[in-house]
Ligand binder design. Structure first.
Ligand code: CTP
Length: 398
């Protein structure tokens, strides 16, 4: 028998706490058999009582680290749940989570959670827009929290602005996505190449490109959330790699090639998002080249094609390439699919604003002789989830 999915619902102290009760009622009425454990902060109890949630869920409501300390509630609750959702998440709660403060049951449970964590913030517009709150939200996002953006509308201060709790529909969408993907890649080994490579021609200069690695980082995060054991082969980038992923840092295409032969051969799924420099300076000078006023000619030689090499020695690995194209994009991508012995290729059009370093992207997935699925235009986190959904389907059929 499959256990009922369990949701841990955190309620922190803002006026929108009353909406958490309505959400709890919706959750228990939806008929998909979810169980809801509610944890309230002391401030939340000023707005609404535990009795409300206990009546709705027909379960105990947790308000303190110290009620049943022998059962270590902050660890047990996140181990028993599949998703933790906080409605509303106040500015104070968000700040504490960003700092790793764990001074009550809810913050301690969130710090210990290795399950998807979703926050639905609600607060005054000025508090939401303050750079401190925005930096805290960005930090939490980079650590894998999903933030359901607050909406614009009527606020408790009797003015209109951004900061209203997101609609129940949007919160439920985020929750359903998290429940659907739980553990779908459990037991699978996933290798992902990401970021640029740097090809030095003297100790301080190199050839590179504008890739930030964000597509690969989001894919690694998503695969880890789905239970895969993930190795991320990551080129030089300012972005933080996700938690729970094993990271191998590389600089040059040659280093990526060596690392891929160790970590990607034998994986169940390998996704090559790295923007590998196709050439490297033929000569690497040991000391810095001084200017002479003359023209400088740097001869370039080809780098190894990491993905093509993996295509040659893959056994049961499902091998996925990326193609950054500016013209006849799908025709070129289909050629790469065949030439590099890939199982699928994701095509992104890097003309204009999309692609490298930008927040949004647009992807089309191609496979086989004529398989094609548009994954649409969206932020890279959403596209990573859509791409893994599509790849999981293809892997089941292959
Ligand atoms: N790739 C790789 N090693 C290289 C070049 C590319 O592993 N030396 C991988 C990329 O990570 C990507 C795919 O190959 O998954 C396609 O890369 P792209 O640069 O679009 O195509 P190329 O094959 O390099 O062809 P071209 O630049 O001529 O379009």
């Amino acid at each position: 028998m499959v256990a009922k999915p369990r949701i841990l619902l955190g309620v922190s102290g803002g006026i929108a706490a009353y909406k958490a009760a309505a959400l709890t009622s919706t959750l228990v009425q939806r008929g998909n058999g979810v169980e809801v454990d509610v944890v309230m902060t002391a401030e939340a109890e000023r707005f609404i009582t535990p009795l409300t949630f206990a009546s709705l869920t027909a379960r105990p409501v947790y308000t303190s680290l110290w009620d049943l300390p022998e059962r270590i509630p902050h660890i047990r609750l996140v181990r028993e749940a599949q998703v933790v959702l906080v409605v509303p998440a106040t500015a104070n709660l968000i700040a504490k989570l960003a700092m790793g403060i764990a001074d009550d049951l809810l913050t301690a449970a969130l710090l210990a959670a290795r399950i998807p964590r979703i926050l639905a913030p609600a607060m005054n517009e000025a508090m939401y827009e303050d750079p401190a709150t925005q930096a805290n939200i960005a930090a939490l996002r980079s650590r894998g929290y999903e933030i359901v953006e607050p909406e614009r509308g009527f606020l408790a201060e009797r003015e209109r602005g951004v900061g209203r709790l997101p609609s129940e529909e949007r919160i439920l969408e985020a929750l359903d996505r998290a429940l659907a993907r739980r553990q779908s890649l459990h037991g699978k080994r996933v290798a992902i190449t990401a970021g640029p490579t740097r090809e030095p021609f003297d100790p301080v200069r190199f050839l590179s490109n504008a890739s930030t690695g964000s597509t690969g980082i989001e894919l690694a995060r998503e695969a880890a959330l789905r239970g895969a054991s993930v190795t991320l082969l990551l080129g030089p980038t300012q972005l933080e790699p996700p938690a729970g992923v094993s990271v191998v840092r590389i600089v040059t295409a040659d280093e990526l090639y060596e690392a891929a032969l160790v970590h990607a051969v034998g994986a169940d799924l390998t996704i090559a998002t790295a923007a590998v420099a196709d050439w490297r300076p033929a000569e690497h000078r040991e000391s810095k080249l001084s200017k002479s006023g003359e023209d400088l000619t740097v001869r370039l030689e080809p780098n190894p094609d990491v993905l093509a090499a993996l295509g040659k020695c893959k056994r049961s690995t499902f091998l996925v390439g990326f193609a950054a194209e500016t013209g006849e994009h799908e025709t070129r991508a289909r050629e790469k699919l065949a030439d590099k012995h890939l199982d699928a290729i994701a095509v992104n059009d890097v003309r204009g604003e999309r692609g490298f370093g930008t927040g949004d992207n647009e992807l089309v997935l191609l496979w086989g002789a004529d398989g094609r699925r548009e994954l649409g235009r969206s932020d890279k986190k959403t596209l990573a989830a859509r791409l893994l959904d599509a790849l999981e389907e293809l892997m089941q059929c292959s």
